[in-house]
Write a protein that binds this ligand. Structure first.
Ligand code: DQA
Length: 145
């Protein structure tokens, strides 16, 4: 069965209590639970990893090489400036879908730029928890191709 790595970057461990007006009140555990249900429907298995540290995310992406068929990634604030994460995704060549709860294009100027998007299959932004669900569907479809 195809395997998808669900990656979450900094501050996403605080979902549920963090700025609920922007990010909603659902916790990361609840999102991961919903993704697990959807994964069964889609016939894929999931691995989960969240870190507030760039290096740990890079190490996890390297580890995924030859192990994982797709990545679903909410890189948090690293989206906007981590060339190191972009290089890691380019290096392993695992198809990645970037997701955001909020619409990063309707917020501050600095959030409108994603340095990761050009090395991802695509980006889904602004649908709250649904962004993750749509993102997993996109990863699964991409694996089938
Ligand atoms: C986010 C958007 C980022 O700009 C922000 O730094 C986050 C969350 C989102 O899911 O909307 O941490 O990735």
């Amino acid at each position: 069965m195809a395997k998808v790595l669900v990656l979450n970057g900094p501050n996403l461990n605080l979902l549920g209590t963090r700025e609920p007006d922007v990010y909603g009140s659902v916790t990361l555990d609840q999102i991961n639970g919903s993704l697990t249900d959807l994964a069964k429907e889609l016939g894929v298995t999931l691995d989960f990893f969240q870190s507030n540290q760039e290096g740990q995310l890079i190490d996890r992406i390297h580890q995924a090489m030859n192990e994982v068929d797709g990545i679903l990634f909410n890189p948090g604030a690293f989206t906007h400036y981590s060339i190191a994460l972009r290089d890691a995704l380019s290096a392993v060549k695992i198809p990645c879908v970037e997701v955001h709860l909020s619409n990063i294009h309707s917020r501050e100027e600095f959030r409108k730029v994603s340095v990761l998007a050009p090395v991802c299959v695509g980006q889904i932004s602004g649908f709250g928890v649904l962004s993750y669900m749509l993102g997993l569907r996109a990863v699964a479809e991409n694996i089938k191709k």
